[in-house]
Design a protein around this ligand. Structure first.
Ligand code: UT7
Length: 320
């Protein structure tokens, strides 16, 4: 039987960190104390001209190096983003060409906003299990700063830019143990960026809108439910889970879900303090950080979770 396993991970954030006090200094009517208390965010990274594909390439190169393989060994690129370089071609195709993934490979973008990486990983796992592909680059990458209205303090302090990548390869050992992806478009009105190019103009708003409290409540419920779903699918008792990596949007959401799941804080990987909410990049960036600092060890179980605009949500249970 063919399974897929994570062979290596990589992450990249652009430029120097931008602290909460830096935002205050830029004239935003906020405070370090408010942002930390309400969100847990201490800093974020903002791309200065770097594109989503450029961030992706740097994260992918690190993942390839960690996996001990090269772009020539990749036959599938699945890239999750809400902030593609262009309407088309896909950012995945731009990354394929620039990295040197062979012509003729499969490459496409996935749009599931902050659940994007969990969607992309699940899709790549299914391709590999089917036997059609052997080694995938799965990337979550965003330049969310492009969608930010710096006059809206309720959203501009939350988001950051970055990219995370994994090399997922065929294996006779199960690496992806279970997964679940969900969507409910009836909640599209609480989190959206309506801007679209039409007839030579931007139709709708170019900025992200979020009803924070509605998103907060929904996120806690959906993340708790989908965690239980994938653990049950894999017949894994909650107590056996080694690491929990929920979407890094708000430390209060993460703590609420961990409490509902009766997971101790020590098992929760937190990078929202360092990166802010990087949408599709948040989960692979956190995964890479915890692997590189030695917390996540080979053979341990890791629950990855996304939730975001759409509404979309999902989880992947991994044996690293
Ligand atoms: O990635 C997709 C998923 N996204 C999320 O999961 C985000 C979910 N939502 C949240 O994380 C939180 O709802 C927020 C962090 C966005 C907001 O936290 P909150 O505790 O729900 O605050 P609030 O919206 O109820 O606002 C409380 C107060 C308001 O003032 P009043 O009306 O009480 O006087 C806001 O005007 O905080 C004010 N406020 C701010 N104050 C200082 C809002 N933004 C700021 C700010 N600095 N940046």
């Amino acid at each position: 039987m063919i399974f897929s396993r994570i062979a290596g991970t990589g992450g990249y954030v652009p430029g120097a960190p931008v602290s909460n006090d830096d935002l205050v200094a830029r004239g935003i009517n906020t405070s370090d104390a408010w942002i930390i208390e309400r969100t847990g965010i201490r800093q974020r990274y903002i791309a200065d001209g770097e594109t989503t594909s450029q961030l992706s390439i740097k994260a992918a190169q690190r993942a390839l190096e960690a996996a001990g393989c090269s772009a020539a060994d990749i036959d599938l690129v699945v890239l999750a983003t809400t902030t593609p370089d262009m309407t088309f071609p896909s950012t995945a195709c731009l990354v394929q060409a620039e990295l040197g993934v062979p012509a003729g490979a499969t490459a496409f973008d996935v749009q599931a906003v902050c659940s994007g990486f969990v969607y992309a990983l699940t899709i790549a796992d299914k391709f590999i299990r089917s036997g059609s592909h052997k080694r995938a680059l799965v990337i979550g990458a965003e330049t969310m700063s492009r969608l930010i209205d710096w006059n809206d303090r309720s959203t501009c302090v939350l988001f950051g830019d970055g990219a995370g990548a994994v090399v997922l390869e065929a294996s006779d050992q199960a690496g992806i143990l279970s997964s679940a992806l969900h969507a409910d478009g009836s909640h599209s009105n609480i989190l959206y960026a309506s801007g679209a190019i039409s007839a030579g103009q931007i139709a709708g708003s170019p900025f992200l809108y979020m009803d924070g409290q509605s998103v907060f409540k929904l996120a806690v419920r959906l993340l708790s439910d989908v965690a239980i779903e994938v653990l049950e699918q894999a017949n894994m008792p909650q107590a056996d889970l080694d690491w929990f990596i929920p979407h890094q949007a708000n430390i209060r959401i993460m703590n609420s879900v961990a409490k509902r799941l009766e997971l101790p804080a020590a098992k929760v990987v937190v990078t929202v303090d360092q990166h802010g909410n990087t949408s599709a990049a948040s989960v692979p960036l956190a995964l890479d950080a915890a692997i590189r600092d030695g917390r996540i060890q080979r053979g341990q179980s890791v629950l990855l979770q996304g939730v975001g605009g759409g509404f979309t949500w999902g989880a992947v249970l991994v044996r690293y």
